[in-house]
Design a protein around this ligand. Structure first.
Ligand SMILES: Cc1cc2nc3c(=O)[nH]c(=O)nc-3n(C[C@H](O)[C@H](O)[C@H](O)COP(=O)(O)OP(=O)(O)OC[C@H]3O[C@@H](n4cnc5c(N)ncnc54)[C@H](O)[C@@H]3O)c2cc1C
Length: 470
């Protein structure tokens, strides 16, 4: 009888040999090992006794694990989903077009570690020229370049006035500060147009409404230069640069972490894992939901950081039409609507890959409202906006892919923001290690580059360094 690798692992586990097998076995043992631990459950805990466990196989967790492995540590990743990548999520359900449902861009290509990863593997990228856009008013008429420039200038001036206003006041919602500035102006701007600028320039980027954002620190964090690029072939190509040889166990939903003493015990729905140190990379939204029970409870300062930092919402709707009824040239298609936040921005995929596809974005309150609707209702709402821009006769989409990051149990939001009363310093508190055994990474822990792929990546490297030193 020929024993499969799965059978060998099962026998080895029962004989307490799994660590040995993993040490000398190939790293493709991942799936087999999951099955074994699932079957043995808690009665045979901690099949693997890696020195360091990483919770979450998003870019932060992968970066941390890759660094630890390169440094000679025994490391294993426990990932709750059946896939890796977290908020980098490329759907391949359309045969001819990879679709990014999470991150799309490298924000600022210069000195960006994601650029370095993409360079190593010669992954094709396409720059986005945000100036190459078209803006339609509420009746579907195109704004002139001068009108668009005026909108940008207007928002810039208002935000400068807001910054001056809040310099010597307590924090308040960005929307409140803006209202106070507007109240002093003799000529008020058109509300729908101002809402549009606010929504597309600020609320989409920070995944939160002006009512939620801190007037003092909404734009904290640094930006890299060099412009933005997308991956026409999918962001997941970047992940492949990190996963080689890593031991990743998917479908391991972590529910508890006991770091009272070494070894730290990590409980998943399949069993218990032990390690001397654990790096937690789950999103802020997951921490806010208290999906993982920490023993002892997280320090009060960390709990406060989790409470005060915001987990924002940006959702994507990919629409595929039988043919393109919109212009190919503009990269960004904008719509001013009477209702704030309603389908204000589309990325024109047709421009990049010559396929009749649009990608719509919604953020904050409007995105939260849409998430409660069915696909058909979301498409209907979107089509009514597109009909205002391109006429009643445009065809219905033949396919679509819609994200609901807010109700995703492994994210509970798209990315973090600094809410009213919070400060960027709370990100350091969130990142701080506990008892030399528990370490934290993920985009929300990055004070310098929050809400980005590169920020998450760098946070993973930082946590790996900490785990190696402490
Ligand atoms: C719609 C959208 C668009 C975006 N656009 C961009 C962009 O264009 N450019 C950019 O730079 N950034 C963008 N971002 C942000 C970027 O995707 C994130 O900052 C980054 O991917 C976060 O990586 P991470 O490793 O911190 O978290 P994640 O990728 O979320 O990784 C955390 C992992 O933990 C897992 N997990 C959660 N709970 C558990 C549990 N209980 N047990 C086990 N595992 C668990 C998750 O499944 C996940 O795999 C976007 C995000 C979204 C949602």
């Amino acid at each position: 009888m020929q024993l499969s690798r799965r059978d060998v692992l099962k026998l080895a586990a029962l004989a307490g040999l799994s660590t040995w097998l993993q040490a000398c076995g190939s790293n493709d043992a991942v799936d087999d090992e999951e099955d074994v631990s699932a079957e043995l459950g808690t009665s045979q805990p901690s099949l693997a006794k890696p020195r360091i466990l990483v919770v979450g196989a998003g870019i932060a967790g992968l970066a941390a694990a890759a660094k630890l492995q390169q440094s000679g540590y025994s490391v294993q990743i426990l990932e709750g989903r059946e896939r890796i990548g977290g908020r980098i999520w490329t759907s391949h359900s359309w045969d001819d077009l990879p679709v990014d449902l999470g991150a799309s861009w490298i924000h600022g290509v210069e000195d960006n570690p994601i650029t370095a990863l993409a360079d190593q593997a010669s992954i094709t990228r396409a720059p986005t020229d945000y100036e190459n856009s078209v803006v339609y008013d509420q009746r579907g008429a195109e704004l002139s370049d001068t009108q668009v420039e005026q909108l940008e200038r207007q928002l810039g001036q208002l935000m400068e006035a807001v910054a001056e206003l809040v310099e010597n006041t307590d924090d308040m919602p960005l929307a409140t500060a803006l209202q106070q500035v507007l109240a002093e102006l003799p000529d008020k701007p058109d509300q729908a147009t101002l809402n549009f600028s606010l929504n597309t320039v600020i609320e989409h980027e920070y995944a939160a409404d002006a009512e939620e954002l801190s007037a003092q620190e909404w734009d904290s964090g640094a930006e890299l230069d060099g412009g933005d690029v997308i991956f026409p072939g999918g962001y997941d190509q970047v992940l492949e640069q990190l996963t080689a040889g890593l031991r990743i166990s998917t479908a391991q939903h972590v529910s508890a972490i006991d770091y009272t003493a070494a070894p730290v015990r990590v409980t998943t729905d399949k069993g218990v894992f032990e390690a001397e140190k654990v790096i937690v990379t789950v999103p802020l939204g997951v921490l806010k939901h208290a999906s993982i029970m920490f023993t002892p409870a997280l320090a009060a300062s960390k709990a406060r950081a989790i409470e005060l930092l915001g987990s924002g919402l940006l959702n994507k709707t990919w629409l595929r039409f039988p043919s393109a009824f919109w212009p190919r040239e503009p990269e960004i298609i904008n719509s001013i609507d009477a209702q704030k936040g309603r389908w204000a921005e589309f990325l024109n995929i047709y421009h990049y890959v010559d396929k009749p596809v649009l990608l719509g974005f919604n953020a904050g309150a409007y995105a939260r409202m849409l998430e409660q609707l069915s696909d058909a209702e979301i498409i209907s709402d979107c089509m009514s906006v597109l009909r205002t821009l391109y006429g009643a006769d445009i065809p219905e989409p033949e396919a679509w892919q819609i994200t609901r990051w807010g109700s995703d149990e492994h994210a509970f939001g798209s990315y973090s923001f600094v809410g009213v009363g919070a400060t960027e310093a709370l990100r350091d508190t969130l990142a701080a290690p506990l008892d030399g055994r528990l370490f934290f990474a993920g985009e929300a822990t990055s004070r310098e580059y929050p809400a980005t792929v590169h920020g998450a990546y760098l946070s993973g490297l930082r946590a790996a360094e900490e785990a190696m030193q402490l």
